[in-house]
Design a protein around this ligand. Structure first.
Ligand code: PLP
Length: 448
C-alpha cells in the first residue's frame, strides 16, 4: 500500500483497523463519509456527493475550503525560508509582525501575545498566568461552558465533558450562566442580569475574593448553544472583577476573528476589555494549528521579569504564524467582519421561519453567522448523555441532512448553524432550504 492508489474501501478498512476517534467511542469511524475534495463552502465525498458545510467543521474553517492565494504563498514562503525555529533560541520575523498586528486589532492595552497551538492550550496558559500573576488559585467558570480538552481546560469546562477529568477539577469554582438549562432567572434580560450577577457576587464573597485569580467566560457561549448574554451581564462581570481585584479572561476560541460580526465577541459589550483574551480556530482559518493569548500591559510587564511557566515545542511555529498573519490581513482586506454583519439578518430571518414552521424546532438564535437551533420532540426537551447514543430524532435528522447534502454538527438538543464566513447570501438561503426539507422528514416522523 505504500505507493499504490488506495480505493475508498481500502481507506475505510485501514480506518476501522487503526483510527481512534476523540470524544466519542471509535466505532462510528466506519460510518463516516470519506472526503477527498473541497471548494468554497462545499465538500465532496468519495461518491462525488456535494455537502454544504453548515458549521465550518468545528466552527473553525472560517474562510472556507479555497485557500486564498496570499495565504498559500505566505505558507510556502515560510517553508522555503525558515520552516521551523524554536522560540527560545531565535525570533522569526513573522512572529513579531503577527504580535504587532494583534496589538493593533485588539482594543485597549491588550499588548502582549503568546502563540500556542490550540484553543485548550491557550486557556491552559491563561489559567497558569492568572495564577502566577495574582498569586491566587481559584478560577471561576460557568456550568454551560467548554474551554478545551487538556486537563486544566477540561477542569475549567462546565459541560458534560468535564466528567472525563473529574479528579482534576480542583481549583475551579463553577457558577451558573444567565441562561441555565433547568430554571430561569426571570422573564426579562434585566432580571436575569441582576440576579445572576447578585448570585455571582455572593459566591465571590463566600469563596473569598483573595483566593480567586480569575473569572473565565466565553464572551458568547459556543458549544453550549450560542448563549448570547443578556444586556449588561458581561459588563457586570467586568465590574465585579474590578471591584474584587480578580482578572477577567474572555475565551474567544470559537467566537474570535469575526464569527459574531466583530473581530472579538467581547466588543459587543460596552467598554469591556478583558485582562486576557484567548482565541484560535479563525486565527488561521484552521488551515494550520495556532492559538493566541493576549494580555493587558500590566500582565505583559509582569512576565517581562518572570517566566510564564508554560511552553511547547510548537509554540509560535513559524509556518502557522505566517498563515495566521496572512489570514488576518486577508480578513481585513476583504472586509470579512462587515460581510458577516450584512448576513446576520438573513440568518435571523431564516431561523425564525424554521421556528414558525417546524414543531421539532423549539427556539433559534444567532449573532452574526453564529447560529443555533434547539430541537424538541412531542414530549418536549431531550438531551444526549455522555457516551450515550444520539437520540433517535437526531439520528433521523442527521441522516435527512446528509441526504440533502448538508454537513451538520449536533450537540443534542442543539443543532449548530455556523457556515464559513465567506458564504454568499444565495448559498446561505440554499442551506436553509435544505435544512427545511430535512426538518420536514423529522416533523412527519414525529406526527406518527
Ligand atoms: N474554548 C472554546 C470556547 C471552544 O469552543 C473550544 C473548542 O471548540 C476550545 C476552547 C478548545 O479549543 P481546541 O479544540 O482548539 O483545543
Amino acid at each position: 500500500h505504500w505507493e499504490e492508489d488506495w480505493s475508498t474501501a481500502d481507506i475505510q478498512q485501514a480506518a476501522e483497523e487503526h483510527v481512534m476517534l476523540s470524544w466519542s467511542n471509535s466505532s462510528p469511524v466506519k460510518d463516516l463519509p470519506v472526503f477527498e475534495r473541497s471548494e468554497g463552502v462545499y465538500l465532496y465525498d468519495s461518491n462525488g456527493k456535494r455537502y454544504l458545510d453548515w458549521t465550518s467543521q468545528a466552527v473553525c474553517v472560517n474562510l472556507g475550503y479555497t485557500v486564498p492565494e496570499s495565504i498559500k504563498e505566505a505558507i510556502h514562503q515560510q517553508l522555503d525560508s525558515l520552516p521551523y525555529l524554536y522560540g527560545g533560541l531565535g525570533l522569526a520575523p513573522v512572529r513579531a509582525k503577527l504580535a504587532r498586528l494583534m496589538a493593533e486589532i485588539c482594543p485597549g492595552d491588550l499588548n502582549g501575545f503568546l502563540f500556542p497551538s490550540g484553543g485548550g492550550e491557550a486557556n491552559e496558559a491563561a489559567i497558569r498566568m492568572a495564577r502566577l500573576y495574582t498569586g491566587k488559585q481559584k478560577i471561576f467558570t460557568q456550568y454551560r461552558s467548554y474551554h478545551g480538552g487538556s486537563t486544566s481546560s477540561l477542569g475549567a469546562t462546565g459541560d458534560f465533558r468535564r466528567r472525563f477529568t473529574e479528579s482534576n477539577t480542583h481549583g475551579f469554582v463553577k457558577f451558573f450562566n444567565p441562561q441555565p438549562s433547568g430554571f430561569s432567572w426571570g422573564s426579562t434580560d434585566q432580571s436575569a442580569t441582576r440576579r445572576t450577577l447578585a448570585t455571582l457576587e455572593d459566591q465571590i464573597l463566600a469563596e473569598g475574593p483573595d483566593t480567586i485569580a480569575a473569572i473565565m467566560v466565553e464572551s458568547i457561549v459556543g458549544a453550549g448553544g450560542v448563549l448570547v448574554p443578556p444586556e449588561g451581564y458581561i459588563e457586570g462581570v467586568r465590574s465585579l472583577c474590578d471591584k474584587y481585584d480578580i482578572l477577567m479572561i474572555c475565551d474567544e476560541v470559537m467566537v474570535g476573528f469575526g464569527r459574531t460580526g466583530h473581530f472579538f465577541a467581547f466588543q459587543h459589550f460596552e467598554g469591556v476589555i478583558p485582562d486576557m483574551v484567548t482565541s484560535a480556530k479563525g486565527l488561521t482559518g484552521s488551515y494550520l494549528p495556532l492559538s493566541m493569548v493576549g494580555v493587558r500591559q500590566k500582565i505583559k510587564n509582569y512576565f517581562w521579569e518572570k517566566p510564564v511557566g508554560w511552553g511547547a515545542t510548537y509554540h509560535a511555529h513559524p509556518v502557522a504564524v505566517a498563515c495566521a498573519y496572512e489570514t488576518v490581513k486577508y480578513m481585513l482586506k476583504e472586509k470579512i467582519v462587515e460581510k458577516v454583519q450584512s448576513l446576520e439578518h438573513v440568518m435571523m430571518q431564516e431561523l425564525q421561519n424554521l421556528v414558525l414552521k417546524h414543531d421539532s424546532v423549539r427556539q433559534a438564535r444567532n449573532v452574526g453567522l453564529f447560529g443555533c437551533l434547539d430541537l424538541q420532540n412531542p414530549n418536549g426537551h431531550f438531551i444526549q448523555r455522555l457516551g450515550g447514543a444520539s437520540p433517535p430524532e437526531v439520528q433521523l435528522l442527521r441522516q435527512a441532512m446528509r441526504d440533502q447534502g448538508l454537513m451538520a454538527l449536533f450537540r443534542p438538543p442543539l443543532l449548530h448553524c455556523a457556515p464559513p464566513l465567506v458564504i454568499q447570501e444565495e448559498q446561505l438561503r440554499e442551506g436553509f432550504q435544505m435544512l427545511t426539507k430535512a426538518l420536514e422528514v423529522l416533523d412527519l416522523e414525529q406526527q406518527r
